[in-house]
Structure formats: structure tokens, C-alpha cells
Design a protein around this ligand. Sequence first.
Ligand SMILES: Cc1cc2nc3c(=O)[nH]c(=O)nc-3n(C[C@H](O)[C@H](O)[C@H](O)COP(=O)(O)O)c2cc1C
Length: 176
Amino acid sequence: MKICVVYDSEGGHTAALAASIAEGAQMVEGAEVFLQSVEEADVYQLPEMDAIIWGSPGHFGTISSGLKTWIDKLGYLWAEGKLINKVGAVFCTTATEHGGIESTMLNLITPMLHQGMVIVGLPGNIPENATYGSYYGVGVTCPIDSDEVLSENGAALGRALGERVALITRRFAQVI
Ligand SMILES: Cc1cc2nc3c(=O)[nH]c(=O)nc-3n(C[C@H](O)[C@H](O)[C@H](O)COP(=O)(O)O)c2cc1C
């Protein structure tokens, strides 16, 4: 099964979260994981993927222009229904705790639904998600005055999302 993780990142925080998601997905047997920035990711390869996970920094509560520009290249895939039934999940970082993490993730999910993708979130029974996290995907606060690019808790949440997407994609591939 092929899983791609696509991210936009100016300062490295979202890139680090994307890497932890890829690490979690890679832990699942049979997963072939592609970790790519929006500059690297080729939209023409998406129909070969079984799962697509994308994320960006939250910019004023919504998707960064870098990732949105990339998503807007997916019109022909939408017109031809090429991403229908692909598994999808999202992630985001912001500088502040109430800086629009969940609104950004909902905005990241919307184009996936338009594409006919099947969204995977994170349930509350995942320990790292119980007290700090989101049901919509992985959203991590990365304070700009911190030396840490990504907290260990944030990385653990990223791995949990990647692993969950890979496990669900593997099971989904057996029935569809
Ligand atoms: C144009 C712009 C708008 C932003 N808006 C917000 C915001 O409303 N709330 C917030 O907490 N952080 C905001 N940020 C900060 C980024 O979301 C945050 O620093 C993020 O972790 C950066 O990710 P990166 O290092 O992957 O680029 C904004 C940053 C930019 C450049």
C-alpha cells in the first residue's frame, strides 16, 4: 500500500510534524511511504496512492497559500473521480494554542470530501490524544519563542495518526 504525506512549511514545524506522521505510517508492515513538500509532490502520482495525508501551517485559521495552490492543481483528478475512496487525513501547526488549529484542519478536510476521499481522524482513546489533541487530525502548537521545532507530544501524535492511517488503509484495501 502506498501512502503519501504532503506538507507546506516555511519554518520547519509542519515539516517536522509531517516527518513524524510518515514515521508512524512506516511502522505498519506493507506501507510504502512518500514524504514530500508541496514543491516536490507530483499531483500526477496521486492516483497511485492508497492514502493521502496533507497538512500546512495555519494561516489566520485556514490553509496556507502554498498548500492551497497545490490542492488547486487537483481539479482534473476531481473531474475524473481519481481520488474517490482514497483514505485521507490532515495535520497542521500554529504558533498559539487557540490560533485556529481546528478551523484549519476542517478547511484541510473539505477538499478531501469533495474528492470523495474517506477521512480518518484521531479518536480519544489514543493516549497522546486524550488530553492534548484533536479528533480532526493532528494539530500541534509550536510557540515561536521555543527552541524546540516540535514537542515530543506533538511527534507522538503525528506517529499515532500515521500509524492509524496505515492500519485503516490496509484493512480498507482488503474490502474495497
Ligand atoms: C501569514 C501567517 C499567518 C499566521 N496566522 C497565525 C494565526 O492566526 N495564529 C497562530 O497561532 N499562528 C499563525 N501563524 C503562525 C504559524 O501558523 C506557525 O508559526 C506555524 O507553526 C508555522 O509552521 P512552519 O514552521 O511549518 O512554517 C501564521 C503565520 C503566517 C506566516
